[in-house]
Design a protein around this ligand. Structure first.
Ligand code: NCD
Length: 355
């Protein structure tokens, strides 16, 4: 059995396999209509969601399976103080596969530690969002025809934007990829995102105008209001970038504009008619990739295949994470786990440095 918490839980070969499977599902949906008959998915969403939860649920229905859901912590025993570990131990007894979204970084990894069935991370705080990346990869493959030799501009909230962190992790493994990171100073990518990567492939700028002509892909993101501790900072930064048709004039004719959605106002609706705007299609691609992933994980579980990520040596309760949004800060009984990466001690759950 395997869980997918980080996009790195899947090898490049497996990503290519998932893309191939998703393309086959697009061409021959009838072949898959009963593929998950008798199987159940639970969607455990402790945070708001439209696309991710509904596309997981729609994916399972299109595979002929069933879905049970917990949408929002307020209506469940979470509001009584139940831990992620206990919830997962119970829910994984009811179903065959679980998709989880949680506001705390590392919560999905905790779920993976306690589950009896595969767990898929549907977003853990501002950390990772691997299935959005699957949607993004299929979008790039379908719209650009390849996943290598591309210059990708990521624009907006690169600090809290979990979709950006997972997309960089995935795309860094393909050849000839350059990233242009476009953000206000305060919202630059966290350091852990660059771990093990060649810094020469990254350029950081505050200017979208300056970056525009170089890009093959422009990936816009929302400023993540809910993750700011200070309303005033959010108010100051919220309109940092607004993409309008005139700003696209200097862009390549075949550039594509992506966005994980929801958009607030960072892409003007006037851009929607531009043939380069692919963000609505991107949401549809997400369902096909989630179908492919559910199929793969359920097949592996049925075959009894054990796939565990090798983190190297894990130090338990030796180093203590202080990241206030890490799950270890919210569930006191959890053991702290740390690994050493590039000579630095990091929390296994949230990837933040521990000093
Ligand atoms: C994103 C998320 O939740 O991280 N949305 C999504 O899953 N499609 C992006 C966002 O909320 O800004």
């Amino acid at each position: 059995m395997r869980s997918v918490i980080d996009i790195l839980d899947l090898s490049v070969e497996e990503l290519d396999e998932l893309i191939k499977c998703a393309c086959d599902i697009i061409d021959h949906p009838e072949k898959y209509a009963k593929a998950c008959e008798g199987k159940q998915l639970a969607t455990l969403f402790y945070e708001p969601s439209t696309r991710t939860r509904m596309s997981f649920e729609s994916a399972m229905h299109y595979l002929g399976g069933n879905v049970i859901t917990m949408a929002g912590a307020a209506n469940s025993s979470v509001s009584k103080g139940e831990s992620v570990a206990d919830t997962i131990r119970v829910v994984s007894g009811y179903v065959d596969i679980i998709a989880i979204r949680h506001p705390n970084e590392g919560a999905a990894l905790v779920a993976a530690d306690y589950t009896m069935v595969p767990v898929i991370n549907g977003g853990d705080g501002g950390h990772f969002h691997p299935t959005q990346t699957l949607a993004d990869l299929l979008t790039i493959y379908k719209e650009k025809g390849h996943l290598d030799n591309l210059t990708i501009g990521l624009c907006g909230d690169l600090k809290y934007g979990r979709t950006v962190h997972s997309l960089i992790a995935a795309m860094s493994r393909y050849s000839g990829i350059k990233f242009v990171l476009i953000s206000p100073e305060e919202l630059r990518c966290p350091e852990y995102v660059f771990d093990g990567k060649d810094r020469n492939n990254f350029e950081e700028t505050v200017s979208l105008e300056e970056a525009m002509p170089k890009l093959d892909i422009l990936y816009m993101t929302r400023i993540q209001k809910e993750r700011f501790d200070c309303e005033e900072t959010y108010m100051r930064l919220k309109d940092s970038y607004i993409l309008t048709p005139d700003k696209l004039e200097t862009a390549k004719k075949d550039m594509i504009v992506m966005h994980p959605l929801p958009r607030v106002n960072e892409i003007s609706v006037a851009v929607d008619d531009d043939p380069r705007a692919v963000y609505i299609k991107q949401t549809l691609y997400g369902r096909y990739m989630r179908m492919a992933l559910i199929l793969k994980l359920l097949k592996e579980a049925e075959e009894g295949k054990e796939v565990k990520r090798d983190y190297g040596e894990v130090y338990v309760n030796k180093y203590f994470c202080k990241n206030p949004v890490c799950i270890t800060q919210h569930e006191q009984e959890l053991k702290h786990k740390a690994v050493i990466k590039n000579g630095r001690v990091k929390c296994l759950y949230c990837d933040h440095d521990i000093d």
